[in-house]
Each structure stands twice: as structure tokens, then as C-alpha cells.
Design a protein around this ligand. Structure first.
Ligand code: PGA
Length: 254
């Protein structure tokens, strides 16, 4: 996968079946070819709705992502969903290492690393999230935190596999708070992440990696965030639940 402009909507744990259907149809109808030619649009609904999303996605030119997987392919893991299951239902992407999974469900970098490998094995493109919390930012150690998360989550990932991974920088203090990172803060961290990837892999891999920004991104701030040279698009939470807002964000890609 070469570097591309991506806008991905992370619905989190929202929408009943009827509501999901309504939003998916509205997205499918609202997107036109000029959008999907310019931008890779990814919709990540709860896993229950992946199949419905997949059916619409094909005609409408968007892609479907899951919000999580387990690290094993199958077996006695009550309540879990695996990468091959999601791939067989039509998912193309999967969000991994989201801070809500890390904080509420105790996911470690080590576990996320195993999930990254499970996703790659079944051709799901990981959207690998990283980002510091408020305390870490106020101590000025945000780069060390992101470095450590990425080094661990990417352990044993080959150069070739890295080319299939999308990175999302999501400062925890910006998620769902209404306080987005400034364009300068986002650019600074995205450039740092690119440098880090160059260090682990090489310059051309770093140049080819897509790095998304996430955290209170909306139609009012997306244009400025997306115009930063190392910001290739966004991972959108709350604002992806309203079709007009989501489409405006897609159209904010320069
Ligand atoms: P938010 O969430 O846009 O609601 O801040 C972003 C995310 O968690 O991916």
C-alpha cells in the first residue's frame, strides 16, 4: 500500500441496527466518485454491522473496518471475534491499539503486537493507534511514549508488512474532549513518527507510510490539520456519527 489520503470513521459502541442502517445508507448515498477517487474512506461500525457495511461499500467505493480483533484465529475464546472472521465478512481494515482498548480493557503493547500480526496474516490493514495522555504531554515525554508504543507494537513486523500498516496518532487528551491537537502539535508528532519509522525500517518506507491524526477532529478543524505535510488524513470518532459532518471531513482533504 502506498501513502494515501484516508478518512476513517470510528463509530465506537454506537448505533442500533436501524440507526446503523440509516447512517450507512446516508454515507453510501452522500459519497460520490470525486470523494472516493481522492480519499480512501473507511467506515468502522461495530462488528455486527460489518456485513451490511460491506454490501454497501462495494457499490459506493468506501472501505470497511472493524474496531478490534482477538489475536487467535479460532478456538475457545468466548465473546471474541477473529481476523479471519472479519475478513470473511468483508472487512478491509481494523483499528488496533486504540487508547480506549488500552485503558478500559487493559490491552498492552505486547498484546497489540500479536493482534497486528494476526490482522496482517489475514490481509486486514491495521490502523495502529498510538498517543500520549495528558500527564505525559505535560511532562513533555510524549515522544518517548509514542516511540515506546510503536517499537513494541511493531516488534517482528517485517519491512514488507510495515508497508501494509496505517499509523494513527491519537493523543488521549484530545479523544472525545473537544480539544484537538493544534495543527503544529500534530505535524510535530507525525514528523517524529515518520523519522522513527525511517530509523526502524528506512527512509522510503517512512515516506510511504500513511499517518492519520485522531482526537476531536471535526469539519471545523480538519482542513487545517489535514494540510500539514505529514498528516495524511484522520481517524474520526464522534464526528463520524453524523453524515454531513463526516462528508465535510472527507472533503476537507486538500
Ligand atoms: P473523537 O475520537 O473524534 O471522538 O475524539 C477519535 C477516536 O477515538 O478515534
Amino acid at each position: 500500500m502506498t501513502r494515501q489520503k484516508i478518512v476513517a470513521g470510528n463509530w465506537k459502541m454506537n448505533k442500533t441496527f436501524e440507526q446503523a442502517e440509516e447512517l450507512l445508507y446516508a454515507i453510501a448515498e452522500g459519497l460520490d466518485e470525486t470523494d472516493t477517487d481522492r480519499v480512501t474512506v473507511v467506515v468502522c461500525p461495530p462488528s455486527l454491522y460489518i456485513e451490511m457495511a460491506g454490501d454497501l461499500a462495494e457499490e459506493s467505493g468506501f472501505f470497511v473496518g472493524a474496531q478490534n480483533i482477538y489475536d487467535q484465529d479460532s478456538g475457545a475464546f468466548t465473546g471474541e471475534i477473529s481476523a479471519p472472521m472479519l475478513a470473511s465478512m468483508g472487512a478491509d481494515f481494523v483499528i488496533l491499539g486504540h487508547s480506549e482498548r488500552r485503558n478500559y480493557f487493559g490491552e498492552t503493547d505486547d498484546f497489540i503486537n500479536r493482534k497486528v500480526k494476526a490482522a496482517l496474516k489475514h490481509n486486514l490493514i491495521p490502523i495502529l493507534c498510538c498517543g500520549e495522555n495528558l500527564g505525559e504531554r505535560s511532562q513533555g515525554i510524549q515522544q518517548e511514549i509514542v516511540r515506546s508504543q510503536l517499537l513494541k507494537c511493531l516488534e517482528g513486523v517485517s519491512h514488507e508488512e510495515m508497508m501494509k500498516i496505517v499509523v494513527a496518532y491519537e493523543p488521549v487528551w484530545a479523544i472525545g474532549t473537544g480539544v484537538n491537537a493544534t495543527p503544529a502539535q500534530a505535524q510535530e508528532m507525525h514528523a517524529f513518527i515518520r523519522q522513527l519509522i525511517a530509523g526502524i525500517y528506512d527512509d522510503s518506507t517512512a515516506e510511504q507510510i500513511t499517518i492519520l491524526y485522531g482526537g476531536s477532529c471535526n469539519s471545523g478543524n480538519a482542513g487545517e490539520l489535514f494540510s500539514q505535510p505529514d498528516v495524511d488524513g484522520g481517524l474520526i470518532g464522534g464526528a463520524s456519527l453524523k453524515v454531513d459532518e463526516f462528508l465535510k471531513i472527507v472533503r476537507s482533504i486538500p
